[in-house]
Design a binder for this molecule. Structure first.
Ligand code: HEM
Length: 491
């Protein structure tokens, strides 16, 4: 025991000395920022319960581009549409690196599209985009799949016969089945035990990712990796989910017909076989397991959480629900299911979906980036590998672009005649080379699920609209919607 304490104290002293040394000898010309303390960095200046909000407050003092120390970790924060676009689009090549996310890095070890860098990332991104398109992303085939899956959802909803229930599980099942059809070539029954376990794991992973443990681990992984504690939960959950994915890949391998690829996994296995003799190939089992895991997790919770929030907001603003009903009735009617082509004739509904995504700001601080080379940016010099935080929420809530950014108001996306109005500051999917791979499928899902649910049901809450609290239950990596009950009344 004494030896352990001695080791911890020596390690901490070493870390303090190393961080002090790094600060004194830092290369580059960094943007301004608050004075850091050795070891703690600027932690004491942040509200750990709402770090993105603290970033925003600091940007008012230090400007849209500033330097911050999260513990011993130095990051440069980008705030507001102009700085974000200038970096992610105008300097796209330099800002497209994936920054360090220590809490998940010890599982992924740089494999899989979402955390990869360099040539590996380019190969996996290109392959993923092409394969998602081949399996129907942005096309009629995936539209039909969503329409069909939405009917299964309605069937489950009807079983509640207007009684209150928490929609989280069913929304996760239905949205997850879309990405499962593409990645695993099949949909799952909502009672399937393997499917339920995978969804539970995904849910817990996002909760852990947004927990204070993950935040601390991202700052102090150097020490924390050697100690027990809550930070190990995420590691274990990811390992469990990885085992499920590996099992599905095994099933594909055993039944693979190279002439008839059924899904994303088959296509990847075929590439692996083609590049078998190439020692530097990126078509490896590790990249397959982790890319499939990335797509499964990214394609499930993001969309179901957005839909959940959309339903909650409609209960809080019944006048908005009423207008959506009217638009659905006049454009789609009740004799056919909603289709993507309806979107251009439904500016109000489209605006409501955009406004939901804007207000809830699901990835408030984006996913960390890093610069891939020494980069001149706005008169500063950011050395290669500098970690970058893209504060997407600062654009989504920018009063320059949205008249009343903290209020839910679909008019933010409508012109005076009621036509849909685009807004450059709407960037929940980020922008540039690293922007969300699933944006078009996500947009299709949000529109089709939202309109299909509201075509069939009116929403009812047991609370008065003014008492409905829409604040997230957790904010961190993701803004996680609150738990609530709703009743669905047939229309
Ligand atoms: C409402 C739904 C969604 C939102 C708001 C969203 C948002 C985002 C954001 C902000 C990023 C980080 C971009 C960056 O690094 O700058 C991202 C990355 C990613 N998203 Fe999505 N996403 C959604 C749905 C999906 C879906 C359905 C899929 C799967 C088909 C998906 C797959 C991915 C992948 C693989 C990445 C990593 C891309 C890379 O590192 O190159 N996302 N998403």
């Amino acid at each position: 025991m004494e030896l352990e304490w001695l080791l911890t104290i020596s390690l901490s002293i070493c870390l303090v000395l190393i961080s002090a040394w790094t600060w004194r000898h830092k290369k580059g010309r960094f943007p301004p920022g608050p004075m850091p303390l050795p070891f703690f960095g600027n932690l004491l200046q942040l509200n750990l319960k709402d770090i993105p909000k603290s970033f925003l407050e600091l940007s008012h003092k230090y400007g849209p581009v500033f330097t911050l120390y999260l513990g011993p970790r130095r990051v440069v924060v980008l705030c507001g549409l102009e700085a974000l676009k200038e970096a992610l689009v105008d300097h796209g090549e330099q800002f497209c690196g994936r920054g360090k996310v220590a809490s998940v890095e010890r599982t992924f070890k740089g494999f899989g599209i979402a955390l990869a860098n360099g040539e590996r990332w380019k190969k996996l991104r290109h392959f993923s985009l092409v394969t998602l398109k081949n399996f129907g992303m942005g096309k009629c085939s995936i539209e039909e799949r969503i329409q069909e899956e939405a009917q299964y959802l309605l069937e489950k909803f009807r079983k509640y016969e207007g009684l209150p229930f928490d929609p989280t599980f069913l929304l996760c099942c239905t949205t997850s089945n879309i990405i499962c059809s593409i990645v695993f070539g099949k949909r799952f029954e909502y009672e399937d035990k393997t499917f339920i376990s995978m969804l539970n794991l995904t849910n817990k992973i996002f909760l852990e990712l947004s927990s204070p443990w993950a935040k601390l681990y991202d700052m102090y992984s150097g020490i924390m990796q050697y100690f027990p504690g809550g930070h190990n939960r995420l590691y274990n959950l990811l390992d469990e989910l990885k085992a499920f994915i590996a099992e599905r890949i095994k099933i594909n391998q055993e039944t693979l017909d190279p002439k008839n690829p059924r899904d994303f996994i088959d296509c990847f296995l075929i590439e692996m076989e083609k590049e078998k003799g190439n020692p530097s190939t990126e078509f490896t089992m590790n990249n397959l397991v982790f890319t499939a895991l990335n797509l499964f997790t990214a394609g499930t919770d993001t969309i179901s959480s957005t839909l959940k929030y959309a339903l909650l907001l409609l209960m809080k603003y019944p006048e908005v629900e009423e207008k959506v009903h009217q638009e659905i009735d006049s454009v789609v009617g009740c004799n056919r299911v909603p289709a993507v082509k309806d979107r251009m004739n439904m500016p109000y509904t489209n605006a409501v979906i955009h406004e939901t995504q804007r207000l809830i700001d699901i990835f408030p601080a984006g996913v960390p980036h890093k610069v891939t080379a020494d980069t001149e940016f706005r008169g500063f010099l950011l050395p290669k590998d500098t970690n970058i935080i893209t504060l997407l929420g600062s654009a989504l809530h920018d009063p320059k672009y949205f008249s009343n950014p903290e209020i839910f108001n679909p008019a933010h996306f409508l012109d005076e005649e009621g036509h849909f109005k685009k807004n450059d500051a709407f960037m929940p999917f980020s922008s540039g080379k690293r922007a969300c791979v699933g944006e078009s499928i996500a947009r299709m899902e949000l529109f089709l699920y939202f309109t299909t649910i509201l075509q069939s049901f009116s929403l009812k809450s047991s609370l008065a609209p003014k008492d409905i609290d829409v604040s997230p239950q957790l904010n961190g990596f993701l803004n996680i919607p609150p738990i609530f009950q709703l009743s669905l009344m047939p229309r």
